[in-house]
Design a protein around this ligand. Structure first.
Ligand code: MN3
Length: 209
């Protein structure tokens, strides 16, 4: 199955993409209660806000990726960038997880992780460190920079595509992603994400495409 996080031709008015699994599929690690707010309220709010912001603007006929790449360059469009990027980030995040996920990758991605991080356990430790050390709201990523896999963290809505990197995997470290289930224990949320939720098939498809 080929995943395409955002239909590449979608334009205004954008709609909330479907969740790739039932809202309770990630329990007990992420509860249906968290999903109901995070997906049903936060993600939806970014969609509604972007539609409101771009109506009758130069972005009305553009795809989400074009809106992100252009608005990023203009300070006066920061609000449009933030909402557009957050739509992309959240869709990518939902697809980065699956019921009965976790474990280890296989194939070419596993080989590249071993090459660039030394071992899978070293990758996990570095990814967790990035996710835990992001100060305030943001994201931790596994990206391909054109030559190697790298772990990065971004603040607020910032995302790899505006830095010339290809996203392979992400986790959301805004408090709204984990506070209902873990309160302030972000390290525990990141552990459960890595051990039980990562969709390595999705990551492998992103790496190989
Ligand atoms: Mn979020």
């Amino acid at each position: 199955m080929t995943f395409n996080p955002i239909p590449s031709n979608e334009q205004y008015p954008f709609s909330l993409p479907g969740l790739p699994y039932p809202a309770d599929a990630l329990e007990p690690y992420i509860t249906e209660n968290t999903i109901s707010y995070h997906y049903g309220k936060h993600h939806l709010a970014y969609v509604n806000k972007l539609n409101e912001l771009i109506k009758d603007s130069k972005y009305e006929g553009e795809t989400l990726e074009k809106i992100i790449m252009d608005s990023h360059k203009h300070a006066e469009f920061a609000q449009i960038f933030n909402n557009a990027a957050q739509i992309w980030n959240h869709t990518f995040y939902w697809m980065s997880m699956t019921k009965d996920g976790g474990g280890e990758p296989s194939g070419k991605l596993a080989e590249q992780i071993a090459k660039d991080f030394g071992s899978f356990s070293s990758f996990k430790a570095q990814f967790k460190q990035a996710a835990v050390s992001q100060f305030g709201s943001g994201w931790a990523w596994l990206v391909w920079d054109g030559k190697a896999l790298r772990i990065t963290k971004t603040g607020n809505a910032d995302l790899p595509m505006v830095h010339g990197q290809k996203a392979i995997l992400t986790t959301d470290v805004w408090e709204h992603a984990y506070y209902l289930d873990y309160q302030n224990r972000r390290p525990d949320y990141v552990d459960e994400f890595l051990n039980h939720l990562v969709n390595w098939n999705f990551a492998a498809q992103n790496f190989e495409s």
